[in-house]
Every structure is written in structure tokens, then in C-alpha cells.
Design a protein around this ligand. Structure first.
Ligand SMILES: Nc1nc2c(ncn2[C@@H]2O[C@H](COP(=O)(O)OP(=O)(O)O)[C@@H](O)[C@H]2O)c(=O)[nH]1
Ligand SMILES: [Mg+2]
Ligand SMILES: [Zn+2]
Length: 217
């Protein structure tokens, strides 16, 4: 009798494709950022604001992942940025093969940023390498303090955490110190941003960070 570890096998195939994507993006001077968060944390809103503020300085393209609809792709398209919507149907995450196919359709020559908005889910997106430079986890102030310890892999596999919707803080009793303690507990090197895409508060720190990634190329 033989037992096959299916999950391991699927992931190693995914990692091979992701490595190919990473190499291609490097050659084109494209910095890819994989956004992961729960549904509604503010990924699309962050992207729209980021594109509007940076598009005159650097080319930006987007891959949008959702099970269904092209709602988010239409919001991105309204900014003028090239975008492809990936509908994953029953799947709850993007994988490297989906990204490879979408990249061909996108035809983004680079250099610049490629933002990948993953399916809203803090679980399996953490396990799938999409060939990105880094994962960035978003958590909104309405989600409570303990998401980092409940979903540690999402925050451990991310290089940065964006705390979103800070304009709502006066209406909430979020303990920010605890949220920060929990996130440091799972990943000490997590770079943290506090932003409101609505008011623009804190966005400049995020832009400085992004632009420094491009300069490192
Ligand atoms: N007050 C406030 N609401 C926000 C902010 N960012 C996003 N939202 C709202 O949160 C909801 C979900 O945002 P969306 O960007 O679609 O989240 P996604 O599902 O992670 O892409 C929408 O109603 C947004 O208008 C923010 O900075 N402040
Ligand atoms: Mg979205
Ligand atoms: Zn999944």
C-alpha cells in the first residue's frame, strides 16, 4: 500500500510555477505584492487609493481574485490601471497557475508594481506562493485584536501588515496595543502601517515603503 501526500504534491507543483513567475517578474523589473485579508478589510479600497496617488510616478497593474463577479476589477479599471479579474469559482485562494495565465492576458511589460488581490480569506492564501516579492496582510480596525494569533500563518508569511480604516477608531474600543503585541508575537519582523484609505491618513508611509522596494531593484 502507498500513501500519497496530496497537499504536499500540489504545493510543490505550485511552488515550481511560482518560481518561474518570480524569475519573469524580476527580469521585467516588476515588484509583485500579494494582498491577503478577510473579506471586507479594505484591499480594493487600498489599491484604488494607492493607484490614484502613485500612477503618475510608476506603472501599476493589478490581478483581482474573487470567487465570482468582476466588481473589484471594474473599480480598478476606473483608475486606468490594467487589470485582469480571476474568478476562482469554488476555490478559496489564488494559485500560481491562475496567476501565470492571468499575467499572459495582462501583458504588463514593467517595470512597476503588480498588485495581486487574493480571495478574501486569511487561511489558505497564506500557503500559496504566487511568485510575489512579498505578501502583505491587511486587518481592519473593526476585526478585533486577535486575528494575528488566530490566523498566524497569514501574518507569519507576510512581510508587512496594514491596519486599515483607522478613521473608524473613535467609534470602536479596539485595543491597538494588544493588536500590535499579538502581531509581533507571530512575526517580529512584520512592518506595520496604520492607514485610512478614506482620509488618506498614513498613506505616505506606505508609499515610501513601496517606492523603496522598487529602488532596491
Ligand atoms: N471608513 C472606512 N471604510 C473603508 C476604508 N477602506 C475601505 N472601507 C470600506 O470597507 C468596505 C470593504 O472595502 P473593500 O475595499 O471592498 O474590501 P476588500 O473586500 O478587502 O477588498 C467598503 O464598504 C469600503 O468602503 C477606510 O479606510 N475607512
Ligand atoms: Mg476586494
Ligand atoms: Zn483556499
Amino acid at each position: 500500500m502507498r500513501i500519497i501526500d496530496v497537499k504536499k504534491d500540489v504545493l510543490s507543483k505550485n511552488d515550481q510555477i511560482a518560481a518561474g513567475i518570480r524569475e519573469k517578474l524580476r527580469q521585467r523589473g516588476i515588484v509583485a505584492i500579494n494582498f491577503i485579508s478577510s473579506p471586507g478589510s479594505g484591499k480594493t479600497t487600498m489599491l484604488v487609493k494607492t493607484i490614484e496617488d502613485l500612477k503618475s510616478r510608476v506603472p501599476i497593474a493589478v490581478l483581482e481574485g474573487d470567487q465570482q463577479t468582476d466588481n473589484d476589477a471594474r473599480k480598478i479599471a476606473a483608475t486606468g490601471a490594467p487589470v485582469i479579474q480571476i474568478n476562482t469559482q469554488s476555490a478559496c485562494h489564488l494559485d500560481a497557475a491562475m496567476v501565470e495565465e492571468a499575467l499572459e492576458k495582462l501583458g504588463f511589460a514593467g517595470p512597476g508594481f503588480l498588485f495581486i488581490e487574493n480571495v478574501g480569506n486569511l487561511v489558505c492564501p497564506a500557503s500559496y506562493d504566487l511568485g510575489e516579492e512579498m505578501k502583505v496582510a491587511l486587518v481592519s480596525v473593526t476585526e478585533g485584536e486577535d486575528k494575528p494569533v488566530k490566523y498566524p500563518k497569514a501574518f507569519r508569511s507576510s512581510s508587512a501588515m496594514i491596519i486599515t480604516k483607522t478613521d473608524l477608531l473613535p467609534h470602536l474600543d479596539l485595543d491597538m496595543g494588544r493588536l500590535l503585541d499579538y502581531s509581533m508575537k507571530v512575526n517580529q519582523s512584520l512592518k506595520v502601517f496604520h492607514v485610512s484609505a478614506k482620509t488618506g491618513d498614513g498613506m505616505d508611509d506606505w508609499y515610501d515603503f513601496l517606492l523603496s522596494l522598487l529602488q532596491e531593484r
